[in-house]
Structure formats: structure tokens, C-alpha cells
Design a protein around this ligand. Structure first.
Ligand code: GDP
Length: 494
């Protein structure tokens, strides 16, 4: 922990100094005596703490600068002590003003309403602190008051990211065991010890990733070592090898019109003109085994199995179908698998040159047919090409690059929650016969590849399959993600 900090200190001392009032903020809240001040001191270290007082509250907010990696932020302790000096208060005056609009620019829940519903053991200044910050909810053991605070946070601050830190977990083992109880609060608990520093590194990692989200981070996660793998799959003879050859412009594989030619699958790495590396997985090798197999149906089965293996190893799947041929059960099985494995997909209609008398409606007609038969991939773009006739295969790579980026994309927490709120306002979850209605407390993107969203709700059973599909559709129409499956997970808080 100390090393990461030291190197950063050198870095930040040379970089531009960000004024206190422009730093993102992190509020520590919890009932009295859970160790908020100990955590505050650990995060702020030797940095000067500044006190802001406000009429009508018995305790003041304590502010201090902290940093982790190259992220600087302001920590707010809501159980601070009063040691106010006038000049310090002057520096911080501006901080106290920005309480109606969060740093994501979205108006926050009305402060009055939040105060009105405030749990009794929380001080008024906590409301102001929560208004302006990403929140660490801090507890040391689960009591009724914590449930009350968690409910209050969720009810009033659905667009806030709340991190649940469980303090006094000195030994990791004890921490893990204790932390299990806290899942019931609806947040994933992180065991830490403010005194020994156990887990505070993870906590800071989490805080920083949340701050990036809150700053409207909406983009593709960069990873230099990541080489996306594109699998070219489809039934025998649709032109997979021809496509691969055209893509790498090098005769690595043998293209033959005879079905049953002996050859193996080959992975080929190549770099596009803009410097992006890809790995191509060819599944043409099915034929060697197919030749050994006796019955025709076995050939089909083997080729599907081969496709399944390639899909598993891939990031993007180019599902090749042949323009003049029908979409078969086998294509459907492959499509299903792509969705199930969470891979990005481009549907490639090859041998487009064989369609006679094409006009501008040909693609429309064809697309309707493909969409109907491969409904499970309704999010995948369709590319028309002729591997052996022109350079249209390049479109496959452009499309693959695009869908791969979507699969690696992270949506800012505030944008995500806005989309979800609007979707619910437009069409609220229907009431059950017993009169119960599903409620979404907040939503977060938990993972990429594929993008996975967790909906924290009152009771997952109250959200029907139809409603879940509606929500997925809304997410797609308002936030994109073409070419990649997305996952919506519904977690009950009970
Ligand atoms: P694979 O089994 O999917 O790898 O298919 P191949 O790449 O071996 O191609 C099967 C046959 O279709 C070969 O005779 C190719 O020359 C031919 N072929 C591939 N792509 C096209 C295309 O775009 N147009 C036409 N007319 N023929 C193609």
C-alpha cells in the first residue's frame, strides 16, 4: 500500500494541483463508533483536515485530501470533531455550496425529503456529505440501525454508488466469514480494518473505479495485452476458409471446392492498418474428422462441436451463412451458443455474388429472413460479402472491431441509472395479483465482456420475463451495445 502511495506522491507533486473544491468526493457514513474517524485518518494520512460547520448540526464535516493511483479525491468524515479555524473554513466554503447537483451533473434527490426520512442516528451533515459524494457505508457488525441507514441511502440516492465496508475485520479469514452476513443489505461487502490497514488497498481500488464511473466514464476499457480472437464459424462449404484467406491476404489455408478436403484449424494473428491486433480462429479443420466419420449426419454433428469449441475460445464470432442456402437448424444451434457464451457476433452472408438480379431490396428481403430465423441474434449486425470475388471481407473486420468494443464497454453509473429510471417511468413493473410491485433501487454495471448489469430490487420474483426483456430492449435502445449480448442480473434485497 505504501509503495503505491509513494510513487503517486512523486507524480502528483509534479502534476497540476487540483483545487480542493474541484476534487471528487467520497463520504464515509455509518452509525457512531464504527470507526469512521480511524478510516478517515488512514485515507487522509498526514494531510491537513479541514472542518466545515453548518448551523443546526451538532457535529461538523471533516474534509481531507487523499489519493490512490493517479486519482485524487476529497474524503468527508461525517462524524468529525470541531477544531475549526476561520481561514480553513474559508477555503472550504465553496465545497458546502455544491449540494443540489452531483458531480455527474444530475440533480440529486431533494435534500429536504432526504432529511425528513433520515434515520435518527444519522446527523444532518451526513445528508450534505452524501449529496456531494460517492459513498462508503461503514459498519462493524450488522444491527438494525445499519439496515435503516442502507434503506435510507437506497431510497434517496439511487444514482449514487455505495460501497459497503465492514470494519474491524483484522484477519482476512474472519473478515470473509463476517462479511457474508452483510450481503443482505443489498451491497457487496468489503472486509477491512481501518486500524491495521487490511483491505484498505482494495477499498481504494473500488473507490477509484467508482469515481471514474461517476465522472461520466463511458467507454472501452483499455488493455494493451488483449488481442481479441475472432472465430469464423458456419456450416461446411459456406466459405469460411476463403474469408480467412482474404482477410490475412496470404495463402495460409487451402481453399478447395471439394467438401471433405483434409486440413486443420489454424489460428492466425494479424494486424490491421490502424495497428489493432486480432487472432483469427478458423474451424475449417472439421473436414479431417468428418472424412473419417462415416455418416453424413455425423459430419454435421462434428462441425457443430468444432464450432462450439471455437466459440468458447473467441471474443467475436463471425457466423458465416451462404446467400443461396437456407438457414438450418445447425446455424440456429450455433447462434444459440454464441448468445449463451456471451460472445460478440457479426452475421456474415457470404457468396453474395451468387444472388442473381440483385437490387436495392435484396438486402432488405434477405435481412428479414435472417432476422426471423436467427431471432436470438437480433442484436448482431449483418455483413454481406463475397470472399472470392471482391474485397468486401474487410467489412467483417470493421464490424468485428465495432462489436468487440461494445462488448468491452462500460457505461457510467449515473447514465445507466438515468436510463433505468426513465424505462421504469415509461413502463412501471406491473403489479402482481397480491398487489405487490417490483422496485428497482439501483443498477450498476458489474462486468464487461459481455456487459453485465446488476439490478438491486425489492424482490426479483416481481420482475417477469417480459419485463426483463423490456428492460434489456430499453438499455439497448438508449445506451447502445450493438453486436454484443448483454446480461441483466436481478438481485433481491430481503
Ligand atoms: P469452408 O468450408 O466454409 O471453409 O468453405 P471454403 O472457404 O472452402 O469455400 C467453399 C467453396 O465456396 C469454395 O469452392 C470457394 O471457392 C467457394 N466460395 C467461397 N466464398 C465464395 C464467394 O463469396 N462467392 C462464391 N461464388 N464462391 C465462394
Amino acid at each position: 500500500v505504501r509503495d503505491k502511495r509513494r510513487s503517486i506522491r512523486d507524480k502528483t507533486s509534479t502534476s497540476k494541483h487540483i483545487p480542493d473544491n474541484l476534487l471528487p468526493r467520497v463520504a464515509i457514513i455509518g452509525r457512531p463508533n464504527v470507526g469512521k474517524s480511524a478510516l478517515f485518518n488512514r485515507l487522509v494520512g498526514g494531510n491537513r483536515a479541514i472542518v466545515v460547520d453548518e448551523p443546526g448540526v451538532t457535529r461538523d464535516r471533516l474534509y481531507g485530501r487523499s489519493y490512490w493511483g493517479d486519482q485524487e479525491f476529497m474524503v468527508i468524515d461525517t462524524g468529525g470533531v470541531i477544531t475549526l479555524s476561520k481561514s480553513q473554513a474559508g477555503v472550504m466554503e465553496e465545497l458546502a455550496i455544491t449540494t443540489t447537483v452531483g458531480m455527474d451533473g444530475i440533480p440529486l434527490a431533494s435534500r429536504e425529503a432526504a432529511i425528513a426520512r433520515m434515520p435518527s442516528m444519522i446527523e444532518k451533515q451526513a445528508v450534505a456529505a452524501v449529496d456531494e459524494a460517492t459513498v462508503i457505508m461503514f459498519i462493524d457488525g450488522l444491527v438494525a440501525a445499519d439496515i435503516e441507514i442502507a434503506d435510507w441511502l437506497r431510497r434517496n440516492y439511487s444514482d449514487k454508488r455505495i460501497i459497503l465496508a465492514v470494519n474491524k475485520c483484522e484477519s482476512p479469514r474472519k473478515g470473509q466469514m463476517q462479511a457474508l452476513d452483510f450481503w443482505s443489505l443489498g451491497f457487496s461487502p468489503l472486509p477491512i480494518s481501518a486500524i491495521t490497514g487490511t483491505g484498505t488497498g482494495e477499498l481504494l481500488d473500488l473507490v477509484c473505479s467508482e469515481l471514474r464511473n461517476f465522472e461520466g466514464f463511458d467507454g472501452v476499457e483499455e488493455d494493451e495485452n488483449y488481442v481479441p480472437a475472432i472465430a469464423i464459424v458456419g456450416r461446411p462449404n459456406v466459405g469460411k476458409s476463403s474469408i480467412l484467406n482474404a482477410l490475412v491476404r496470404e495463402d495460409r489455408t487451402i481453399v478447395s471446392p471439394v467438401s471433405g478436403t483434409t486440413r486443420d484449424a489454424i489460428d492466425t494473428e494479424f494486424t490491421t492498418e490502424d495497428g489493432q491486433k486480432y487472432k483469427l480462429i478458423d474451424t475449417a479443420g472439421i473436414r479431417r474428422r468428418a472424412a473419417v466419420a462415416s455418416a453424413g449426419s455425423t459430419t454435421e454433428t462434428l462441425s457443430v462441436k468444432r464450432a462450439f469449441r471455437a466459440i468458447r475460445r473467441s471474443d467475436v464470432v463471425a457466423l458465416v451463412i451462404e446467400a443461396m442456402a437456407c438457414i438450418t437448424e445447425q446455424d440456429y444451434k450455433i447462434a444459440e451458443r454464441i448468445e449463451k457464451e456471451g460472445k460478440a457476433c457479426v452475421i456474415v452472408v457470404n457468396k453474395w455474388d451468387t444472388i442473381p438480379n440483385k437490387n436495392h431490396q435484396s438486402t432488405t428481403h434477405y435481412e428479414q429472413d435472417v432476422r426471423e430465423k436467427l431471432r436470438i441474434l437480433d442484436w448482431a449486425p449483418i455483413v454481406y460479402c463475397s470472399a472470392t470475388h471482391d474485397s468486401s471481407v474487410d467489412k467483417i473486420i470493421s464490424a468485428a472491431a465495432l462489436v468487440e468494443k461494445e462488448r468491452s464497454r462500460r457505461l457510467g453509473t449515473s447514465i445507466l441509472n438515468q436510463v433505468v429510471r426513465e424505462a421504469i417511468a415509461f413502463k412501471p413493473p406491473p403489479r402482481t395479483r397480491g398487489g405487490k410491485r417490483g422496485r428497482v433501487y439501483y443498477t450498476t454495471q458489474a462486468a464487461i465482456r459481455p456487459p453485465t448489469f446488476v439490478f438491486f430490487v425489492n424482490d426479483a420474483k416481481l420482475f417477469s420475463e417480459t419485463y426483463r426483456r423490456y428492460m434489456e430492449k430499453k438499455l439497448r435502445s438508449d445506451a447502445g451495445f450493438p453486436g454484443t449480448p448483454i446480461r441483466l442480473l436481478w438481485r433481491s434485497r430481503k
